[in-house]
Design a protein around this ligand. Structure first.
Ligand code: MSP
Length: 500
């Protein structure tokens, strides 16, 4: 993780519930974080990128019972599926946490004690509507058609319970959002968070006695620590807490938590309040993305429209899935996942535009020039061409760093189409008896292909490293080995099984 440039970035995905196997929505959050992590690494930052599974709570306990397994067996199996997904989608995470890890249990217990010590936790009694699926209590006035606002079935429950003094943080949080306007991103989510906090914060129930699958409250073991408090602490466990108990390191100063839009409240209200109460520094930013539906409908096992990321990767490669998910929607918006859109984007850019550009130039050099050209200084006209591509790519990086992934890819697509136009204009295959000119044309084309491929490498790491491996520079000679087709065209009429 060392580099000359001393800026650090710490990127986290939410940790995934283990009550069912991963689908395209889970793959999306990880892919977004992975692309950003790879991009920052390439641009010289020290990157730490982490993910994991959220394994405690009543819901998991129930799912395990339904499956005839112990919670430990059950979580071992499903957590493994999430780990497997990381390999499948080619994620470059530096660590993987399970909330059942002993390092995490230790961090949560220590964190709890800090909250207790600073006087932010007290014992009381809780009654309210409990949404088991989402592990959250709601008041009468929050229910919608008898269900929780998160859509789960609710039951009335009453229990002795520890409370966190969330109400004490209302003004502090509002001041914080004011002082750091980019803390919650995008602005639409920031506005939601601010109006939620302004509407009044009540103290938060942070222990449960109705189940046992979780981390016990230190010194009062029939209470289990609220699963969201447990889960949020993962971000500091992964940063060496409690040994690193002040969190005054470069990674924590630059931590960005990625979340889906439905869990912003937990990350942008509860988590900062917990950290303030424990006298710890807050994360740099909470970034939230939208939701994918499948063929226009919410994904559901009963409809049978759950898009399976592993099937896409097996059929078309992880590069293709990564590219599609980032290109298809503006980051932050909801999106529709449909196979025909996937195929048409794949064919139009990866196969026909980028893949074809690489194939045309490299196979020409390989077949017609025995795989070698001279590396030369380009004259003004050709330099202008490669500079134009570099300028576009430079802007693309700026957009990606701001999470505008679709615009970043649009810029790269534009650069690629300019190179294809340049090939058509210069027609290397028609240049006869002018080796100097031919060399110049090909040298400028290869330069631009490399610039574009590097820019694409965070998104399509497999194809990019393959392409770069075909080109070697040695003593002012550029050697090109026999290129392979990077993206085979997909027949849009063919039927594929991508669900389940
Ligand atoms: N366990 C909590 C997070 C705790 S973080 C301290 C959780 N888990 S989750 O498995 O339900 O969701 C994890 C992530 O997957 C969220 O960012 C969520 O938005 C994302 N997605 C799950 N389904 C999704 C879609 N259909 N579309 C896009 N992302 C969605 O919440």
């Amino acid at each position: 993780m060392q580099s000359q440039n001393n800026n650090a970035i710490y990127i986290t995905t939410p940790i995934y519930y283990v009550n069912s196997k991963p689908h395209i929505g889970h793959a999306y959050t990880t892919i977004v974080c992975d692309v950003l992590a790879r991009l920052h690494k390439m641009l010289g930052s020290n990157v730490k990128f982490v993910t994991g599974t959220d394994e405690h709570g009543k819901k998991v306990e129930q799912s395990a019972i339904n499956a005839g397994k112990t919670p430990q067996q059950f979580t071992d199996e499903i957590s493994q599926l999430f780990r497997d997904l990381l390999t499948t989608i080619n994620a470059s995470n530096d660590d993987f946490i399970r909330t059942t890890d002993s390092r995490h249990k230790k961090a949560v217990a220590y964190f709890w004690k800090q909250l207790k010590k600073s006087g932010h936790i007290y014992l009381g009694e809780y009654s309210g509507w409990y949404d088991i699926r989402n592990e959250a209590y709601f008041n009468d006035d929050e229910l919608i058609d008898g269900k929780s606002p998160l859509g789960g079935e609710v039951t009335m429950m009453k229990e002795p319970c520890y409370f966190f003094k969330l109400s004490a943080f209302q003004d502090k949080l509002l001041r914080y959002y004011e002082q750091y306007p980019n803390f919650v991103y995008p602005a639409s989510r920031r506005n939601e968070v601010i109006s939620f906090v302004k509407s009044g914060l009540k103290d938060l129930a942070v222990s449960r006695t109705t189940f046992s699958w979780g981390i016990p409250v230190p010194n009062d073991e029939q209470h289990i620590i609220y699963v969201w408090l447990d889960a949020l602490v993962n971000y500091i466990t992964l940063n060496g807490y409690p040994e690193n108990d002040k969190l005054d390191d470069e990674y924590w100063k630059n931590v960005v938590h990625f979340t889906g839009k439905e869990i912003v409240r937990f990350h942008a209200v509860y988590w900062p309040a917990f950290l303030m109460a424990a006298n710890l520094p807050l994360p740099k930013q909470i970034v939230s993305h939208g939701w994918w539906v499948s063929n226009g409908e919410k994904m559901s096992k009963s409809i049978g429209n759950v898009q399976n990321p592993s099937k896409y990767c097996d059929l078309f490669g992880s590069d293709a899935l990564r590219y599609f998910m980032l290109r298809e929607i503006a980051f932050g918006d909801d999106g529709n996942f449909a196979l025909d859109n996937f195929i048409s984007r794949y064919n139009s850019f990866l196969a026909n535009s980028y893949g074809n550009m690489c194939q045309r130039v490299l196979s020409f050099i390989y077949n017609r020039l025995r795989g070698a050209i001279n590396q030369i200084d380009l004259d003004a006209e050709y330099k202008a061409q490669t500079n134009e591509i570099e300028q576009i790519i430079y802007k693309a990086y700026g957009l990606a760093k701001q999470y505008q992934f679709n615009k970043y890819l649009e810029k790269i697509e534009h650069a690629t189409s300019l190179v294809n136009q340049f090939i058509d204009l210069k027609k290397p295959w028609a240049i006869k008896d002018n080796d100097t000119l031919l060399n110049k044309v090909l040298c400028s084309l290869l330069t631009s292909i490399v610039t574009i491929t590097k820019a694409l490498s965070p998104v399509i790491p497999i194809a990019a490293s393959k392409l770069l491996s075909f080109i070697k520079i040695d003593n002012n000679t550029i050697h090109v080995s026999q290129p392979e087709i990077l993206f085979h065209k997909i027949d849009p009429e063919q039927k594929f099984d991508v669900h389940g």
